[in-house]
Design a binder for this molecule. Structure first.
Ligand code: SGN
Ligand code: CA
Length: 524
């Protein structure tokens, strides 16, 4: 009898090991919460994202997932290490290569018997470490017929990047992994990154709709400081008619032509058929001033949302695969992006600032049987928390030197005493693309204090009364108590997170020449 009992117990233990949850991390580049319909917002009816929304519907939507440093490589490095940029060493896109010899969550999962894989955008300079399988885009990667770096060298694949990455992810899931082990797959899209190039089949999507504009499209930056006024990321001046907006007639530098060289004759034909007539109409109408900005906004948003359409479809395909292959129940699915993005808010595109649209990133997690379907969480969570979350899901110890907090208790609906009440932010890349001043700051879910230290300017926003962050209250005596409190909090967060005093010097690349835009393109 005892023997039988022991056997049953052993079998039980074996199943328990075999049934460690799988982790599917679906990640994009520059996908703003404004363009995920589950978040509501002005685009939800014109460009819904049903498959991404289904993750929220079956799981949890995080309303306040804040990034540590709103830029690609640094965000990815934070996710892998569970550490702020100053500790993982990857502070800007431009000057650093990720030190792949350091501790990362995929390496720790491997030790626990997980099969790990990363497919798609990587953007960390060095080669991936801690992955049983990797196929990554070199640098930013290409939308059409992308190249991939693999352990066996470079390959070129015909097709649209989002679809190619999805095909590769499905192939790994179905044919290439060791099915006796749990998996952790990072499917990381290039989309919807600049220059927002859509799949051929979606080149005409949204042709007949008008995309709603944000109230702040014509922001004059009054009531804010120098950083907001002096950036180089407006739709008006910075956005390029040819390379960004696909108007060949403006391609004086030949950048667009160079990009189109990657396409096959059939792709190019479809591309010309889609953009040609619309461009001809533009050249005939010659809109000027605000009308031209409005036109640019429409073209930009339509292309961006067309890219999202493929991302949503990709999520749908992998979710369907899980369902049809009996993997749905035991797989945690996470959707997120490396940061948010400006979709015309403040007249901008790009990211970097600690203002809401780029500081906040989408986070949707489903975990069947553990997360209550349709839950919404408003606590301050961060991409700093992902590594520890994945480790706890896998039943691993959380290393003491990681700086985040596991989201598992929140996912299980438990009330967590001592959850963070404030979040620390630090952006380092200046001078650089888009010329956003370096800054650090603290956010408590209502007030946000930012310090642009190279120009010694502070900003304070009250997001309850001013959710669009249009009025800097730093010098308003009515907010003196908040300023004092948040300055103390900033100091204490700097100490807690071991931010060295001197780290803020010495990170820009003095040899790099940045091209600044000072004149809007247009019609005479
Ligand atoms: C490119 C883009 C920039 C963008 C950076 C960083 N210019 O340099 O607009 O801010 O990437 O983006 S482009 O003309 O080459 O598209 S990130 O997502 O990799 O951080
Ligand atoms: Ca990005």
């Amino acid at each position: 009898m005892k023997k039988i009992f022991m056997c049953v117990l052993a079998a039980f233990a074996l199943t328990a090991v075999a049934e460690k949850p799988n982790i599917l991390f679906i990640f994009t580049d520059d996908h703003a919460t404004q363009a995920v319909s589950a978040y509501g917002g002005r685009l939800k009816d014109v460009a819904p994202t049903p498959h991404l929304d289904s993750i929220a519907k079956e799981g949890m939507l995080f309303k306040r997932c804040m990034v540590t440093n709103s830029i690609c490589g640094p965000s990815r490095a934070t996710i892998l290490t569970g550490k702020y940029s100053h500790l993982n060493g990857f502070m800007t896109n431009e000057t650093t290569r990720f030190d792949g010899s350091q501790q990362t969550f995929p390496k720790l999962l491997q030790k626990l018997g997980y099969q790990t894989s990363v497919i798609g955008k990587w953007h960390l300079g060095s080669e991936p470490t801690g992955f049983d399988h990797w196929e990554v885009l070199p640098g930013q990667g290409s939308y059409y017929n992308p190249d991939f770096k693999t352990p066996n060298g470079k390959i070129k694949v015909e097709g649209y990047c989002t679809e190619v990455v999805t095909d590769k992810a499905l192939k790994w899931l179905h044919q290439q992994r060791d099915k006796s082990k749990p998996f952790m797959l990072m499917m990381q899209h290039k989309a919807p990154h600049r220059d927002w190039s859509p799949a051929i089949k979606y080149l005409n999507a949204y042709d007949d709709v008008t995309i709603p504009e944000p109230d702040t499209l014509f922001d004059s930056y009054e009531g804010r400081g120098r950083a907001a006024k002096e950036q180089d990321m407006t739709i008006h001046v910075t956005m390029q008619m040819a390379s960004d907006l696909k108007v060949k007639e403006f391609d004086r530098k030949g950048r667009l032509a160079r990009k189109l060289k990657r396409m096959t004759p059939e792709q190019l034909k479809a591309w010309d058929a889609a953009y040609g007539p619309k461009n001809a109409r533009l050249i005939k109408d010659k809109p000027k001033g605000k009308d031209l900005i409005r036109w640019k906004y429409q073209r930009y948003l339509k292309d961006y949302l067309r890219c999202i359409k493929s991302v949503d479809e990709s999520a749908g395909r992998v979710l369907k695969y899980l369902k049809e292959n009996d993997l749905e129940k035991n797989t945690v699915v996470i959707y997120s992006s490396d940061q948010g993005f400006y979709l015309g808010e403040h007249g901008w595109f790009d990211k970097r600032f600690m203002y809401d649209e780029s500081y906040r990133t989408p986070l949707l997690i489903k975990w069947p049987g553990k997360v209550k379907p349709g839950s919404i969480n408003s606590q301050l969570v961060s991409n700093l928390d992902f590594a520890q979350t994945f480790l706890e899901i896998a039943g691993a110890e959380q290393p003491k030197d990681m700086q985040g907090m596991s989201l598992v208790p929140i996912l299980k609906g438990q009330t967590v005493q001592n959850w963070r009440k404030t979040h620390y932010y630090h952006y380092y890349e200046f001078p650089g693309w888009h010329m956003v001043q370096r800054h650090e700051g603290v956010y408590d879910g209502r007030y946000k204090l930012m310090y642009f230290y190279d120009i010694d300017e502070w900003e304070l926003y009250d997001l309850h009364s001013d959710p669009k962050e249009m009025k800097n209250q730093y010098n308003n005596p009515e907010f003196a108590a908040e300023v004092k409190r948040l300055k103390e909090e900033l100091n204490s967060l700097r100490a807690e997170h071991k931010v060295p005093e001197n780290v803020i010097k010495d990170v820009s690349n003095p040899d790099k020449k940045y091209v600044f835009n000072d004149k809007p393109e247009g019609f005479e």
